[in-house]
Each structure stands twice: as C-alpha cells, then as structure tokens.
Design a protein around this ligand. Structure first.
Ligand SMILES: [Zn+2]
Length: 704
C-alpha cells in the first residue's frame, strides 16, 4: 500500500517543516472536510487516511514542543507530568473551555467528591481513570506506570471510552432494548460522558468512532477499517487543529492503526489456516505492534522506551476491561444504592492493576534510555510505517524490506561528534536564549553537558524552544546538567529539558529558593530518577575525557547569603589543556571568595562565560586578572532592560586583550577545541583563536 508510504513521508516532511519554523497549520480544516466526504460517500476509503495524514503532517506547525508550549502542563499538575497522561489531558483546556459550562464544572466537582468518599486513598487513580483528572496521581505512581509501559492507562484514552461504550451497549441490550435503540442510547450516554469529562482528544476520537460504527450497524453498511480510522483520527482535529502535535493524539492514532492492521492480519491468517487465533496471541500481537509503532514517538518525546510494555499490556488489558465499567457504575449508580458495591468490586481490580505495574516496573532493564537524533527518529518512524504496511498487506515482502533498510541505516547513521582537524574535540555552544543562560557542551563521544537551560515565559520556555532542538539535532544523552542558581532566566527551561532528556547527573548550586521553576525542576529530577547532588567545591567529574571541576559555592558560604546570584555554581571544564570557566550569575563577592580560596592557576581559563550577563556587579578587574581569558562569552538578550552587558565590563575585557562574543550580536556562539587549539564558529565565520596552547599535560598537573 504505497499510500501509507506517502503518508509516512508526509508526516516526516511536516515535522521537518515545522521544526524549520514554517507555520503550516492550515491543513486541518481541509482534512476534516475531505475525510467527512470520504466517510459519507463511502468512496475514497483508501484516499482518506492518506489525505488525513498528509494534512495532519502539514498542521504540525503548532504542535507541542515546536510551538510556544500551548500544551504546557498546567501548573497545578505538579509532580512530573512528563508522560502521555498530560499530553492527553493537556488538550482538555483550550478547545473546550468555552463549551464547558458551569454545570459541567459543578458536575465534575461533585463527582470528584463522591469518588473521594467511595475510594478513599485510591481516589487519585480513579479520578484519573474516570474523569480525566490527573492531579491526584503521585509522582511515584506515574513513574511506576511509565516504567511498566502502562502510563497511557492513567489518562482517559480511546480504550477507556471504547470499553465503557461496549459495556453500555451490553447493558441496554440486557434491558431488552432493540439493537438499534441500545446502540443509540449507548452513543448518547458515551457522548455525554466524554463531554462531561472535558473532551480529551483520544476520548473524542473514540466516541466519534463508536458512534460511526453504531450508525453503520444501524444502516447495515459496514465501515471500511481505514474509513473508521480516518473518522476517529479526525474527530479531535475538527475541535482543535493543534491537537495533531499532541502526543496523546499521536499515540492513540498509531495505536489504532496498529489495531486495524493486526485485525486484518489475523483475519487473513485465520482464513488461510482455517483455525481461529488464540485471543491471547492476538492481544500480544496487537500490543507488540502498537508498542513498536509508537516507539519512535515515545523516544522522541521522552527519551526512553519501555521494553516490558507489550507484555505488561497483555496482562493489564483484561483487568482494565472489567475495571473500567465497574468504575463507571460506581460513578453513575445512586450513592445509597449500588455505588458502594461497585466501588468494593473495583478495589481488588485496582490493586491487581497496580500489582502488574509494580511487577513490570521492577526489572532494571524495563526501561531503556534513548535520545535519538532527528535523522534517526525519522528513520525509526519510516521503519514503523513499513511495519504497519507489512502487517496489513497480503504481500509484506516489499514493506518488510523497506523497514529493514531503515533499521539497518539507523546504527550507520553517523553520530555527529565534534572533531577538529580530524581529532576528537569538545564543542561549546553558547545558545541564544535571549536574556538568560544556556551553555551546551558536546563531549568528544557525542554526549552533552548542559549548564542552565534559559528562561521561561507565559506558556513556554527556552528549554523547549531552543535547548531541546539544539541538543536533539545531534542526538546523544545528557550526561550532566548543572543548575547554577534558582533564577528563572537560568532554570526556567530546566523542567522541559529534564523531562525530555532524563539527565544522568544533576548538580545544583543548592541555594534553596521558593521559585516555582526551581521547585518544578527538582520535582522533575526526582521523578526522572536522575542522580542529584548539590555542588561541593573540589568535586571532580570526568565525562568522556572532559574534567568538570566544581569550584563554588561552598554550603557555608551560601548559607549566609540573601542573593542567589552570589551562590551560583562555578564550574571549570577542561579538555586537554583547554579550559572553560562557567560562572553563572556570580557577583563580585563570590569572585572575591573564589580568589581567596583558589590560586590564580586554578581559575585560569581560555574561555570565560562572563558572570551575570556582563553586569557591572561582576567581572572585577582582580578576577579577570586571575582568569586571563582569551575569549569572553556573554549570553544576553538584545536591548534588555538591565543594560547588560555593562560598558565598563566590556572595557575591562578589551583592555586585557579578550575577544568578546555576545549572543545578542552574533546569535549562537560555537567554540571547538581539540585540547590545544580553539576554533570559533560564529555567524557563518570560522577562525582559530591564537596562539595555540602549550602541549597537553594531565589536568591535575596543570591546575596546581
Ligand atoms: Zn541571570
């Protein structure tokens, strides 16, 4: 089915266009009209899905992580919402806020209170499963489900609504309604339910599909599977075109595509072998195909993959299919009548589900950290589409071959590691995050050290907009994240980065602050399971040949301070004999502390990240005389209201023969060193910083 290839290619092209900043959100309304026509006339059944995917891909422009974070998790959902739960729930707000009346709000509040009474300590997860309220989920619980590959169960997904819909139909049939009446009644209740819970995208997809199937049954006109797929995929897009960028929507679409393809595969196999396939095998096959197909999406958004997910889902599926209708009953039955009985019946099922999550998240290999580069993610996406086509098609040879080629190309795709004259190099990227700091250092083996992650603003942050795209372009894991101090212009983007890249190590200046951004970042660190420690002067980490020496702050020093700036983490990176000194927003008093504590040789560096964006309160003459930088990096927003960088500081640097490179004038500043020679790559120009350093000697001998 070449159309699927076209669709897959269009998806990738849309992604690339959107990442290149092309605003292409005009496709959605056209896709709605096109697919409605295809579904209504019963023609163009194969054209419709391709049409949808092409146009959806073109709508990528407003998508999460690419735009300005319309889908940022709400501030209230504290505790690591770095998972599909939020992606799905985040949709709730914008599109339907207007439609959600006061009555619905009060219904939600009343239901929430009732579930609290009925379920007590289990109320958190029940609220998430029934009325799409994820706020009651503890970070530990989310983490457990994420590790087990079951996190999609915690959000209202298409699955939940499909189960409820099927149970309703059965119940109405049991009440001796005719088939058509039962179908109609079930559709009405399901629609009311989805509207009441705020119409999350996957639920809308599911209910549209449910209604379409019921209608087709009534008219005795079977719907082509791809036709229903189109309908289900398009429903939420009609409500809110930007939903195509939402991970929840993407996952539910890929999951449903897997379901359709496996369904046809199973039917074909049963016709050929003339034996029905065991339900367990079918479930396992669907789960595995869905997991494989969605793997590139999950890896791209979260930087990890759950290996145990398919198996865990097979075990969890029957539990959920009984649990969900039981919970629904507890919600709708009178509280003095059947509700407590339904709640009592649901409790062991809830615990069984949790047991599956606990067992599946226990093995250390359950979760694999992968940070694909854009090219590798695209190859993996193409391989996924090929797999779908192979499962669907009666002649799977060509798509299998195509998929295998994509997979084979992945490990061969060159990991872009920095080199200078053919030798391994360290690359320093002073990212342009406006008024703020984010310095990414690429190690000779293609990993990252990140010092700060830029600022945050209403509805977005530099982590998403600038840091993540910069790091993902080359791929590679985040080995170390340093949070210099808890000011928003430095750590505003940290939460996004931590969620997406799961740093192996986090070092924090350790100045305790009540700022929301700082608290969020620490919570994300805890949930992601990164190794966190406050900076201790003298600590040395060696990462791929780069020696990171922490120089400040001392906890005794920081304890006496009111100003977080003066408690900035100061870290020195050394590769060969080349050195980079990073000072956060250190003020004159912290510089004096450094001068008092260390010999000038310890502070000497070829490249200095100028403290506090070049403020006059830092970069004293004495400090610059100790560091003697050849290059000074200034990260600063154009025409910022603080007047940074201050002319006296710039003068002091120029008087010492230091080259000043500023992000407000030059954009991103890149420096490479092979351990001796430094090369600058700025604004399309490239030059060597002269003279080269003396021949390399071990870092320990140089520093004293
Ligand atoms: Zn700052």
């Amino acid at each position: 089915m070449p159309l699927s290839f076209v669709a897959g290619a269009a998806w990738v092209v849309g992604l690339l266009l959107a990442r290149a900043g092309v605003p292409v959100a005009w496709g959605a309304p056209l896709a709605c009209v096109g697919s409605a026509w295809a579904a209504a006339t019963g023609r163009g059944r194969t054209v419709a899905p391709a049409l949808v995917l092409v146009l959806a891909a073109l709508s990528f422009g407003e998508s999460a992580g690419l735009g300005d974070g319309r889908r940022e998790p709400r501030a209230s959902s504290v505790g690591a919402p770095a998972d599909p739960t939020d992606a799905a729930v985040g949709v709730t707000g914008a599109a339907t806020a207007a439609a959600t009346s006061v009555a619905l709000d009060s219904w939600r509040r009343a239901t929430s209170a009732r579930l609290e009474r009925l379920f007590g300590t289990d109320a958190g997860i029940v609220r998430a499963l029934l009325i799409a309220e994820p706020d009651g989920l503890t970070p530990t619980l989310r983490d457990r489900y994420a590790d087990a590959g079951l996190v999609h169960l915690l959000s209202i997904s298409g699955l939940h609504v499909a189960i409820v819909g099927a149970a309703l139909t059965l119940a109405f049939r049991a009440m001796r309604l005719s088939r058509r009446a039962a179908d109609a009644a079930a559709v009405v209740v399901a629609v009311l339910y989805v509207a009441a819970i705020g119409a999350p995208a996957p639920a809308v997809r599911s209910v549209v599909l449910f209604a379409a199937l019921a209608l087709a049954r009534g008219r005795q006109r079977p719907v082509h599977p791809w036709g229903s797929f189109t309908l289900g995929a398009i429903g939420p897009v009609a409500l809110d075109p930007a939903v195509v960028g939402d991970l929840g929507w993407q996952l539910s679409v890929t999951g449903y595509a897997a379901l359709v393809a496996v369904g046809r595969f199973v039917r074909r196999r049963e016709e050929e072998v003339e034996a029905p396939m065991a339900p367990l095998a079918r479930e396992l096959l669907t789960g595995t195909v869905a997991a494989i197909v969605s793997a590139p999406l999950v890896a791209w958004h979260f930087g990890w993959l759950s290996l145990i997910g398919p198996v865990a889902n097979v075990v969890a599926a029957p539990i959920v299919s009984v649990l969900q209708p039981t919970l629904f009953l507890a919600m709708v039955l009178p509280e003095r009548g059947g509700a407590p009985i339904a709640a009592a019946a649901a409790r062991p099922l809830l615990h069984a589900l949790d047991g599956v999550a606990i067992a599946a998240s226990a093995p250390s290999w359950a979760r694999l950290t992968v940070v694909p580069s854009l090219a590798v993610a695209a190859l993996a996406g193409a391989a996924s589409v090929s797999l779908l086509v192979a499962v669907w098609s009666a002649r799977p040879r060509a798509p299998i071959l195509a998929g295998a080629l994509c997979l084979a190309a992945m490990p061969w795709w060159p990991v872009r590691v920095p080199r200078l004259d053919g030798r391994p190099a360290m690359e320093v990227q002073l990212l342009d995050v406006g008024q703020g700091d984010a310095i990414a250092v690429r190690t000779p083996r293609g990993r990252w050290i990140l010092i700060d992650a830029g600022r945050a603003w209403r509805g977005g942050d530099a982590g998403r907009r600038t840091v993540l795209p910069a790091l993902r372009r080359d791929g590679g894991a985040l080995a170390l994240l340093v949070l210099t101090h808890p000011h928003a212009d430095h750590i505003g983007g940290a939460t996004s980065v931590i969620r997406a890249l799961r740093p192996a190590q986090v070092r924090d200046g350790g100045f305790v602050a009540a700022q929301g951004a700082y608290r969020d970042a620490l919570e994300a660190v805890a949930v992601q399971g990164a190794r966190w420690a406050r900076v201790r002067p003298g600590e040395v980490l060696t990462i791929d040949g780069i020696t990171c020496t922490f120089l400040a702050p001392d906890s005794a020093w920081a304890a006496g301070l009111d100003d977080p700036n003066s408690a900035s983490a100061v870290v020195r990176l050394q590769f060969g004999v080349a050195r980079l000194l990073l000072t956060g927003d250190a003020e004159a008093d912290e510089e004096a502390w450094l001068l008092e504590r260390y010999a000038p040789a310890d502070l000497r560096a070829d490249v200095l990240k100028v403290a506090h964006h070049g403020s006059t309160t830092s970069s004293t003459a004495a400090f610059l005389d100790a560091v003697r930088p050849r290059v000074a990096l200034v990260s600063v927003g154009a025409t910022n209201r603080y007047g940074h960088p201050a002319p006296p500081v710039m003068r002091r640097l120029l008087e010492r023969g230091t080259t000043v490179l500023r992000t407000d004038q030059l954009g991103v500043v890149r420096l490479r060193t092979d351990g001796r020679r430094w090369e600058a790559r700025v604004a399309g120009r490239r030059w060597t910083i002269t003279p080269p350093l003396p021949p390399p000697t071990p870092p320990g001998e140089v520093s004293r």
